[in-house]
Write a protein that binds this ligand. Structure first.
Ligand SMILES: *[C@@H]1O[C@H](CO)[C@@H](O)[C@H](O)[C@H]1NC(C)=O
Ligand SMILES: *[C@@H]1O[C@H](CO)[C@@H](O)[C@H](O)[C@H]1NC(C)=O
Ligand SMILES: *[C@@H]1O[C@H](CO)[C@@H](O)[C@H](O)[C@H]1NC(C)=O
Ligand SMILES: *[C@@H]1O[C@H](CO)[C@@H](O)[C@H](O)[C@H]1NC(C)=O
Length: 232
């Protein structure tokens, strides 16, 4: 009888002891790790029956994932494109952002078209094709939209050039050789432009006509205003 009791007690101490509050071992003195879904660990040796919660590794799920691994049991590699290859041990979000060309937080997708650089925080210039803007560098390989130049297509054409990459000189018939940066039409000081016709840029008769009409209109307005003032 006594032998049986002692045996039972020993067995109970060693194996049967139902530890609570995430403890295990003799007298439940050892605290357990982070089992998945908050499960209780094995009461004898502290292992998690179904593995670890995100951010911890087996068998006891007490140790945190090293900086280049994440998820349950630390089985996922941080993205190759994480800056310094370190990510959040639970979510995989790259702690220090992405290397150039990749999109936060996981850095496993390329930058959206029109953006580039680290964390995709750069905005592409006026590339001829938005999709062609280089995701790492922001360069526009096939060139720029009319009116812009430079490898990033961010610089507007200087005044006497126009067209894609600003490589066409404005027509010599334009006054001061100035034309719109995106097309060959002559740029006019008064911000009107005339369609370029044979030696017709800066057509004086047209200007005289416009000037005259404006003059006449303003004269009429003055006369009317004066007439009203006199009547009162
Ligand atoms: C812990 O105990 C469980 C259940 O008895 C067993 O399957 C597992 O292999 C043990 N793990 C270690 C590390 O002792
Ligand atoms: C993580 O990287 C290691 C070493 O490069 C590789 O062997 C393993 O298959 C990768 N794991 C996953 C889930 O991609
Ligand atoms: C990228 O994002 C990380 C994390 O938010 C930040 O620490 C870093 O300064 C960012 N770098 C750039 C160049 O935007
Ligand atoms: C200027 O434009 C006219 C009309 O488009 C064209 O005939 C002429 O060749 C151009 N001149 C130059 C120097 O490009």
């Amino acid at each position: 009888m006594l032998k049986t009791l002692i045996l039972f007690f020993t067995l109970w101490i060693t194996f049967g002891y139902a530890c609570q509050n995430n403890k295990y071992g003799t007298e439940c003195s050892k605290s357990y790790g982070r089992c998945v879904n908050g499960e209780q660990c094995n009461p004898v040796n502290g292992t998690c029956p179904n593995g670890c919660a995100a951010g911890y590794y087996q068998p006891r799920c007490k140790k945190k994932c090293p900086p280049n691994l994440f998820e349950r049991n630390c089985l996922q590699n941080c993205s190759e494109n994480c800056y310094r290859k370190t990510c959040d041990r639970k979510t995989g979000a790259c702690k220090r952002g992405c290397v150039a060309g990749w999109k936060p937080p996981l850095c496993n997708k390329e930058c959206d078209d029109g953006t580039f650089g680290r964390n995709c925080s750069g905005l592409c210039g006026h590339c001829q094709y938005v999709a062609a803007c280089h995701k790492e560098t922001g360069e526009c390989p096939p060139g720029c939209q009319p009116g812009y130049e430079g490898i990033y297509c961010k610089r507007k054409c200087e005044t006497v050039y126009y067209g894609p990459d600003c490589d066409i000189v404005c027509n010599s018939s334009c006054r001061n050789r100035r034309c719109y940066s995106a097309r060959e039409d002559c740029l006019q000081e008064n911000r009107q432009y005339l369609h370029v016709e044979q030696e017709d840029c800066g057509n004086t008769t047209m200007f005289v006509a416009i000037g005259a009409s404006v003059g006449i209109l303003s004269a009429v307005i003055h006369v009317v205003a004066l007439a009203i003032a006199y009547k009162r």
